[in-house]
Structures are given as structure tokens and as C-alpha cells.
Design a protein around this ligand. Structure first.
Ligand code: FES
Length: 83
């Protein structure tokens, strides 16, 4: 099980958090990995200038854009690199 949390605070929202979240949800649907992935939204992580902030299990990622989501999904969900 991989837990992916996207910061939904206002600064990250302005930087495209919803697009990042939607991109993860679309890939989960496309690859039918709903049982492997738990998606969540976080409140502000205190790293507003570095948004969008995404946490994958214990790993905190900053400056995430929706264009990076496929690579992150492949690495951490399909290939399980954070396990
Ligand atoms: S709003 Fe995302 S870190 Fe503050």
C-alpha cells in the first residue's frame, strides 16, 4: 500500500494542486491499482513557497507539477521504489 497525499492548502492550490491530484487519480483508475494506493489531501505543510507539496509515504516532495505525476506514479506505485 502506498499513501499519496497532496497538499490542498491555498498556496499549493494556486500552484496547481488540483491538477496534480487529478493526474494521480486518473492514473490510479487507468492502471486499476485502487487497492494499492490510498490518496489523501493534506493541510498546509509549511513549505508554501515550494509547492505543490506531495507526500508519498514518508517521502516529502516539493515543486511537483502535474507533468511529473506519471514519472512519480511509475516510480513509487508501479515499481514500488519507496518500499
Ligand atoms: S499550502 Fe502547501 S505547503 Fe503551504
Amino acid at each position: 500500500m502506498v499513501t499519496i497525499s497532496v497538499c490542498l492548502g491555498s498556496a499549493c492550490h494556486l500552484k496547481g494542486a488540483n491538477g496534480v491530484l487529478d493526474a494521480f487519480l486518473a492514473l490510479i483508475e487507468r492502471y486499476q491499482v485502487q487497492v494499492q494506493v490510498q490518496m489523501a489531501g493534506n493541510f498546509c505543510q509549511g513549505r508554501c513557497t515550494e509547492g505543490v507539496v506531495v507526500q508519498i509515504d514518508d517521502l516529502l516532495l516539493t515543486q511537483v507539477t502535474k507533468d511529473q505525476v506519471f514519472d512519480l506514479f511509475t516510480k513509487y506505485v508501479l515499481n514500488g521504489e519507496n518500499e
